[in-house]
Write a protein that binds this ligand. Structure first.
Ligand code: SF4
Length: 238
């Protein structure tokens, strides 16, 4: 699909403004190494980061390395992660992931996207979280917030996560991908809410094509739209 008109210029402004607004945006999942981040990210599917952070200390204490997790008792693992939801599938994926890491990657979490996505329970979003947050490699995780904000800001017309990732990747520098994703998530949580976006308090309102469509807009941050000057027939900016 063709890129929305002005998407590149808007993306440049979004990167700059969100960098100023959220200079310290970081992953909310508590972790100390790539293995812990991968486990926490798998557990975060359909679950809040707060809940995951309540569960992971006991998981990491019991299974401190992929080798330990690879030989875990499935029922014991399920009991530890039960409160994160979908625990049967998550436990199976965690076990399979750890066994794959031990068998194929010498017990070390790989950093390459193509390797990460071969592990059970690891899709592109999870792989990109591990790449960008831990390895500081280019990776653009697309979650529900990134999807919603990318659409509202008309950075892309796509709705599929992989296509959104590719569209954003084409107009944003690779070394900005990870931080942009974290900042869009933070902005989505704090301002551009799914149901009630606070356009009147949004630093992107004057460049956002959706400003005021879903939430209130103040005069101060209203977008400048061309209007006709009296008598001239020509548009002017206000
Ligand atoms: S102006 Fe409104 S719709 Fe646009 S990004 Fe800001 S909060 Fe979201």
């Amino acid at each position: 699909m063709a890129r929305p008109r002005g998407a590149k210029a808007r993306a440049d402004a979004v990167v700059d403004r969100l960098k100023a607004e959220y200079p310290d945006a970081r992953c909310a999942l508590v972790h100390h190494n790539a293995y812990e981040l991968l486990v926490a990210t798998i557990l975060s599917a359909q679950c809040t980061d707060e809940r995951v952070n309540m569960v992971t200390p006991s998981v990491f204490a019991k299974f401190p390395t992929p080798a330990d997790l690879a030989t875990a008792d499935l029922a014991e693992l399920e009991a530890l992660i039960q409160s994160t939801g979908f625990f049967h599938a998550k436990a199976k994926n965690l076990l399979g992931m750890a066994q794959g890491v031990v068998a194929r990657f010498d017990g070390e979490i790989p950093s390459a996207l193509d390797d990460l996505v071969t592990l059970p329970g690891v899709g592109r979003k999870t792989a990109n979280v591990v790449r960008s947050v831990w390895f500081r490699e280019p990776g653009l995780p697309v979650d529900t917030h990134v999807t919603r904000l990318s659409g509202r800001l008309r950075l892309t017309d796509e709705t599929d996560a992989v296509k959104i990732e590719h569209d954003l990747g084409a107009i944003v520098a690779p070394d900005e991908w990870g931080d942009l994703s974290l900042r869009l998530i933070e902005h989505g949580r704090k301002v551009c809410d799914a149901r009630k976006p606070r356009c009147d308090a949004c630093v992107l309102a004057d460049i956002c094509p959706s400003a005021g469509k879903f939430g209130p807009l103040s005069r101060a941050n209203a977008p400048k739209r061309p209007v006709k000057a009296a008598g001239s027939g020509r548009p002017r900016r206000v």
